[in-house]
Ligand binder design. Structure first.
Ligand SMILES: Nc1ncnc2c1ncn2[C@@H]1O[C@H](COP(=O)(O)OP(=O)(O)OP(=O)(O)O)[C@@H](O)[C@H]1O
Length: 551
């Protein structure tokens, strides 16, 4: 952590209170001073107390839960090394791996060695399970799905009989409606808290009040509550200036993003930035586009993508490469929105609707970590802007994008040329994802279904598509958009129109009439929304045979 405050407590001063092997490892890691959250957690009456801990992003919460838990393990007489004593749950595979890596560093000098195992989806199940069963997994870091899978094996379940401590990292996420059913299944399989008395620790940068109702599943009543954030303080890191660039419409998003990145790059030749999109498909699309612009030309930057549509091996590789990179652009979905610690991110950009304020806090928190500085920028269409108005707690400045060199960079042209090279299917998939995502958020953002379709169709136009990609009737049904005007529906029992090639053949669809029983229009008569009079029609991009954009 840069510039440790002189008044911060040193780890050296904890000699005799923290196990010497851990203190030695901290020294090797060059962690000389405690961060505030580490100091508060390590000064609880006992290292084995239950606690709910909130501290801003990038302030060292991982060490704050690992240290007391590992100290307890090392001080346990007759610790059964072959049993899981410490179980850490995290919402994503990459975060689980990162926690395990940090744990390995902390225990690197421990004798006897403490093994930290990992159980995450997408990895070789048989290999890891076998290693887990045969090894001494005193520590297990897991994502819920794979852990449930392990627990269905009696031999694996037996390994939890001596559980001492359960940590929920990103606790509010682990206790939300998405993960709660999984967590309850896990809690049914491991020894009960009331009989085994294991310690519970919950950590996050955001602790919404809703989680109070479910904390009793992992924490005793009367648990300690720690927060390093004052009640009236903004939950984001002070050293991260936040701004929003409003754009007139979705057509302006990509050129503005290009301009922003290119100008940033001029000011900072080793720019390292994360660009968050609302969907995995959109993250993939941006990666393609910016691959074809040469990073953010002028000047080349390596581009990376990270989202759930990638295989686990590529995801792992990307994390490793982007952690090591000194510069580059990572186009990402929320798989790296929480917890991920990529060193030296100087800029976080968010485009598209943001689902909630906590997601915003975590995304912004990918920069300005460990005492460093960074900047967070949103590019927002008028439909996205209510987020800023509804969340005055964030110091978000509305700014017009200006830069002395901006006029010299033909961003609109560069983006248009890049778009022509992006595979048609990539754009079509991004359209479908955009439609589904916007539909899912329509209530929160006060949009009605026709407006959702209109926005998605504007998105399609902004990608240079002549008409909105044709959708399977079942997809439209699932999205609850049946009968909404402006959609193009695929015809025929096969779900494909004449000549359907999986790429959404332009002639295969028909615009869905208000009354879906109206006979279909002729293929040649179907067209998406037309640009307003006087505006040029977007050209249909050529189908590109190249694969993914260069990285
Ligand atoms: N005492 C310390 N001294 C110096 N660096 C530290 C210290 N503790 C942690 N760090 C570093 O600070 C960075 C952020 O730590 P960590 O990932 O644990 O943050 P976090 O609070 O969990 O963030 P998030 O809320 O995003 O999950 C890491 O690079 C870590 O190595």
């Amino acid at each position: 952590m840069e510039n440790p405050q002189p008044e911060r407590v040193t780890y050296a001063s904890m000699a005799g209170r923290i196990h010497p092997q851990l203190l030695k490892a901290l020294e090797q890691m060059q962690y000389t001073h405690m961060t505030p959250v580490q100091e508060k957690t390590l000064h609880l009456p006992s290292f084995t107390d239950d606690c709910l801990v909130q501290a801003k992003t990038g302030t060292g919460k991982t060490i704050a839960f690992l240290l007391p838990a590992l100290h307890t393990l090392l001080n346990t007489k007759n610790l059964k090394l072959s049993q899981v004593s410490l179980l850490v749950l995290a919402p994503t595979r990459e975060l689980a791996q990162q926690i395990a890596d940090e744990c390995d560093k902390l225990t690197s000098l421990c004798k006897p060695a403490l093994e930290c195992h990992i159980a995450v989806g997408g990895s070789k199940r048989a290999f890891h399970l076998n290693k887990f069963l045969k090894g001494s997994p005193s520590i297990l870091v897991a994502t819920p799905g794979r852990l449930i899978d392990y627990l269905s094996e009696p031999a694996a379940k037996d390994k939890f009989s001596d559980l001492r401590c359960l940590v929920l990292d990103e606790a509010d996420r682990m206790l939300d409606q998405g993960f709660m059913p999984d967590l309850l299944r896990i809690l049914k399989q491991i020894p009960s808290k009331s009989s085994a008395g294991w310690q519970g620790m919950c950590f996050s940068a955001t602790i919404p009040p809703e989680i109070n109702k479910v904390l009793h599943f992992v924490l005793y009543p009367g648990h300690h509550r720690i927060s390093t954030i004052d009640e009236n303080e903004t939950p984001t890191v002070d050293a991260i200036p936040q701004s929003v660039i409003p754009v007139k419409s979705i057509d302006d998003v990509l050129p503005t993003l290009h301009s922003l990145l290119a100008c940033e790059r001029l000011d900072n030749p080793s720019l390292k930035a994360v660009i968050f999109s609302s969907t995995a498909r959109q993250a993939g699309l941006l990666y393609n586009i910016f691959g074809f612009t040469g990073g953010a030309a002028p000047g080349k930057l390596p581009v990376f993508q990270m989202h759930s549509r990638m295989g686990q091996a590529s995801r792992n590789r990307t994390v490793e490469e982007f952690k090591a990179a000194t510069q580059g652009l990572l186009f990402a979905s929320d798989v790296v929105g929480r917890g991920m610690d990529f060193p030296d991110i100087g800029l976080v950009v968010q485009i598209g609707l943001t689902t909630d304020k906590d997601q915003y806090v975590h995304r912004v928190g990918r920069t300005g970590r460990a005492g460093k500085t960074g900047r967070a920028v949103m590019i927002m269409t008028p439909e996205d802007m209510p987020f800023v108005r509804k969340n005055p707690q964030f110091p978000i400045k509305t700014v017009e994008f200006t830069h002395p060199k901006a006029a010299t960079i033909p961003s609109a042209e560069i983006i248009q040329k890049a778009l022509e090279k992006v595979p048609l299917q990539t754009k079509e998939q991004a359209y479908v994802a955009f439609l589904g995502f916007t539909k899912a958020l329509k209530k929160i953002h006060g949009l009605d279904a026709p407006l959702v379709v209109k926005l998605a169709n504007r998105f399609s136009e902004s990608l240079g598509l002549e008409e909105p990609p044709a959708l399977e009737p079942s997809t439209v049904g699932k999205m609850g958009l049946k009968g909404v005007p402006g959609l193009t529906i695929k015809r025929g029992a096969s779900g494909r129109g004449a000549g359907g090639n999986g790429g959404g053949n332009r002639g295969s669809g028909r615009k869905q009439p208000l009354d879906d029983s109206t006979p279909s229009t002729s293929a040649s008569g179907s067209r998406g929304p037309r640009p307003p009079a006087g505006e040029p029609r977007h050209k249909r991009p050529k189908r590109e045979t190249r694969g993914q954009g260069s990285a």
